[in-house]
Write a protein that binds this ligand. Structure first.
Ligand SMILES: [Zn+2]
Length: 463
């Protein structure tokens, strides 16, 4: 028992990053390096061109799709062509869900009229019978209202979760979290009340006339669930005011496979000179939803991560730690890539100094959010004066990313998320509109340069 205890202590000690070599505080050298990194990315950056290639020549890439296989090969080749020190993949087994033939939903009402709704099945949704499900509708704000409504009112009905985005929140991620419960667990929560279908107002910050439905994952349930555009949701609400007895017919043709699908994390490395066995990760997720092109979510995070390594190599920087660009598999409907990365890190006794993720869209960088001890946070904050005021202006306490979350939970690795101007992201997130034309080259490259600068500072000064 004692020996075992000692063994665990040794493991814990051996998993701590080496204390950084004493290094001078931020200096003119750092300032010049950050300027050089920004100049390199803004003049010679390749992220935008790579993103065009990924969006147009591959496109949407849900786990289990042919496109995801292509995206793995593509990103491996991109990093090999850039002659990173090592490029490799990690085997991942991911959940496998396919949308099937296009879903549909329509309203029938003798009083309010008949009309079609603009819809997308939510990821992981069960299928309806071929002829669809027809039922009358109970409107609730969110799943927390199911209990008060009760089984007698809900049994055999379609529940409509109508909670809109709270426009008073400045950061749109907060709107998303606040309104998201209907999609995240609406169908799973409604199941025990005998509900036959769940429809939700789509998770969108777009104006009321926007007719684009958004998809996204929800907890497993036998109850089919879909999202309808803001415009459709408002039309349904208006019709319900006139006719409480109207019906919705919804059809979803999805399929959930019992067997997991093989996929891969794709990793490129620049080898560290002093601590080759300790890692700084910069990453995004390679998979996307099956609509649009997966441009902002999260093609941008992937090409920015590749660009970080490219730019550091291009300016001749020799890192002390090994720097990894990690393109994670299966963030959208399983998180199997992030979990597998942490699992393999444990198996291989890998030590991570820090992990950075970009998964909020390729918009203008504003800051970083960091989950770490207070000393590390204060250290990173002390680097703020090195950034131009039009880029990184704050380091929030708290942040990271879904894919690097398992590293943080497993090893207490400091995790850092790039925070961008979020105002346009949830107009297009998980929709047909998440396409290359929504990405601005300079905004994308400013984000990559910000991440590369942070990687340089972490590498030079440690944490
Ligand atoms: Zn994402």
């Amino acid at each position: 028992m004692r020996l075992l205890f000692l063994y665990f202590i040794l493991i814990i000690v051996s998993c701590q990053p080496m204390p950084p070599q004493p290094s001078p505080p931020i200096s003119k050298v750092d300032s010049a390096m950050v300027k050089q990194i920004f100049d390199e990315v803004l003049v010679n950056g390749q992220a935008y061109d790579q993103l065009r290639d990924l969006c147009f020549n591959i496109g949407p890439r849900l786990s289990g799709s042919e496109n995801m296989v292509k995206a793995v090969d593509w990103s491996k080749k991109v990093m090999e062509d850039l002659e990173f020190d090592r490029v490799f993949t990690q085997d991942v087994l991911a959940p496998h869900w396919v949308r099937g033939k296009k879903e549909s939903a329509s309203v029938r009402s003798k009083i309010a009229g008949n009309f079609d709704l603009s819809v997308l099945a939510n990821g992981n949704s069960a299928a309806t019978p071929k002829k669809g499900i027809t039922a009358s509708v109970v409107q609730l704000d969110s799943p927390k209202d199911l209990e008060a409504a009760g089984e007698a009112k809900l049994k055999g009905k379609i529940v409509y979760f109508s909670r809109p985005f709270n426009q008073t929140f400045i950061h749109t991620g907060r709107m998303y979290g606040d309104a998201g419960a209907g999609r995240f667990n609406g169908a799973a929560s409604a199941e025990k009340y005998g509900v036959v279908g769940v429809v939700i107002r789509t998770l969108s910050s777009a104006p009321n006339n926007d007719d684009t439905p958004h998809t996204g994952n929800g907890a497993a349930s036998a109850v089919p669930t879909l999202s309808m555009s803001v415009k459709s949701a408002l039309a349904l609400e208006k019709a319900l005011e006139k006719d409480q007895n109207l019906t919705i017919t919804m059809t979803i043709n999805s399929r959930h496979f019992d067997e997991k699908t093989p996929t891969h994390n794709v990793i490129g490395e620049l080898k560290g000179s002093e601590f080759p066995d300790q890692y700084i990760v910069v990453g995004g997720h390679l998979d996307s939803w099956d609509v649009g092109q997966g441009a902002h979510d999260d093609g941008t995070g992937c090409v920015q991560s590749i660009e970080v390594l490219r730019a550091l190599k291009a300016i001749g920087y020799k890192p002390r730690y090994t720097i990894r660009a990690v393109l994670f598999a299966n963030e959208e409907n399983g998180l199997a890539g992030g979990e597998r990365y942490a699992e393999l890190a444990k198996e291989n006794n890998e030590v991570h100094l820090a992990a950075i993720e970009s998964d909020g869209g390729g918009f203008t960088p504003r800051g970083f959010g960091m989950t770490a001890g207070i000393d590390s946070l204060m250290k990173v904050r002390s680097w703020l004066p090195l950034f131009n005021k039009n880029t990184i202006t704050y380091i929030n306490n708290g942040g990271g990313g879904a894919d690097i979350g398992p590293l943080g939970r497993e090893f207490n690795t400091p995790t850092i998320g790039l925070v961008v101007d979020s105002q346009r992201y949830f107009d297009i997130h998980h929709t047909d509109e998440d396409t290359f034309d929504k990405v601005n080259k300079r905004e994308l490259h400013l984000g990559a340069a910000s991440m590369a600068s942070l990687v340089y500072l972490l590498d030079k000064h440690g944490l």
